[in-house]
Write a protein that binds this ligand. Structure first.
Ligand SMILES: [Fe+2]
Length: 370
């Protein structure tokens, strides 16, 4: 196996703590998807070591290959022949035939990609592992201002519980490194948009895969326009007057304080003008008190919205390879990692992008006039 890209990870206190815990040889808890899938693959296993060896043995004979036919749209932009492969009818397009390190100097190409991104909510690229982290930042800067690890700089998490903050990338403080291996299994497997507990959450995010498991670890993306459209009319009419409270987790704390923000439930996309359902129940548990929603009704509305998250018709699924990149629009997309790949390795690098236009950063709702 290659040398790990972040050997300093092994010196972080949390890694050391988890490595100690791993020596106890208890299988990972099935309360996390990673543990549940491992139990499902090797039922009845009581030893962590036995489970790791059993799963790796199941996957040992996998070899890379490609099959079948995909449909794509050929298009030439700035003299470059691109192949646009839709992943799902309403969300996700893989852009083949582009080198993100060298093909974006012409503003026409950037405009093309931005329009495609707005139309398809998330665009993906393959074979970009040659991009240095500096070049990733340069790519992100074509579309907006690169944010800190969790978007706006006004809230920089410093929670001692967070592992991610301890993986420092020299010279690229804005990058969030998301490692997962046998010792530190981790995947953001609940549906969420990034850092919506910020007052002005990041417009978009870019994720680069540096190491991918041979099977599993896909990221799913859910279209929040579809989520909104799919609600009954009377529910929409009720929800469009409400605001929701977004609360961060322990890892998002700064100086011991958990971040919190209130945003409209229905959000107008500042560029497309479309309405998205801007609630994801990773960070939202309730409406704001000023709305005075009775408890029973609140529960019923949250449940109704929850059922929209990850419906197959609104969702695409992206299989990672080293050098794959996804860029999504946090204003109208939820994402969730598939936490099914332990004990394999997975290493991701994330950047957040803030809107160049500061007046568009705060979520708002402006009902369409009929
Ligand atoms: Fe995320």
């Amino acid at each position: 196996m290659d040398e790990p890209r972040y050997p300093q990870l092994a010196n972080s206190p949390l890694y050391i703590r988890r490595a100690e815990a791993a020596k106890l040889d208890h299988p990972p808890a099935p309360s996390s998807p990673l543990g549940a899938v491992a139990q499902a693959r090797l039922p009845g296993s009581t030893s962590r070591r036995e489970m790791i060896e059993g799963i790796l043995a199941q996957d040992r004979d996998l070899v890379p290959g490609s099959f079948g036919t995909v449909y794509y749209k050929p298009v030439t932009v700035c003299g470059i022949e691109l192949k646009l492969e839709p992943v799902q009818p309403s969300i996700g397009t893989v852009v083949h035939g582009i080198d993100l390190a060298s093909d974006l100097d012409d503003p026409e190409m950037v405009t093309f990609l931005r329009e495609l991104w707005l139309e398809r909510r998330v665009i993906m690229f393959r074979n970009q592992d040659h991009l240095t982290r500096e070049q990733m930042v340069a790519f992100a800067e074509r579309f907006g201002e690169v944010g800190a690890q969790f978007g706006e700089r006004e809230h920089m998490p410093n929670s001692p519980h967070g592992l991610n903050q301890q993986v420092k990338v020299e010279g690229i403080p804005n990058m969030l490194v998301v490692p997962s291996d046998e010792t530190v299994p981790s995947a953001a497997s609940g549906w969420h948009a990034d850092a919506t507990w910020q007052r002005r959450p990041p417009m978009g995010s870019i994720l680069m895969c540096r190491e991918a498991p041979p099977v599993g670890g896909d990221t799913c993306f859910c279209d929040c326009y579809g989520m909104w459209e799919g609600l009954p009319l009377e529910t929409k009419q009720r929800l469009e007057r409400l605001t929701a409270v977004h609360i961060g987790g322990v890892a998002h704390q700064m100086d011991g304080v958990t971040p919190m923000a209130v945003h409209p439930v229905a959000r107008t996309h500042p560029e497309t003008g479309q309405t998205s359902l801007y609630v994801q129940q990773g960070f939202v548990r309730r409406f704001s008190e000023e709305d005075g929603v009775p408890e029973d009704e609140e529960r019923a509305l949250l449940w109704r919205m929850k059922l929209q998250e990850g419906r197959p018709e609104y969702t695409c699924r992206f299989r990672w390879q080293p050098g794959s990149i996804a860029m999504w629009d946090n204003r109208c997309v939820l994402h969730a990692a598939s936490g099914d790949f332990w004990p394999h390795r997975r290493l991701m690098e994330r950047l957040t992008i803030l809107d160049f236009d500061e007046s568009r950063r705060t979520p708002y709702y402006a009902p369409e006039k009929h």
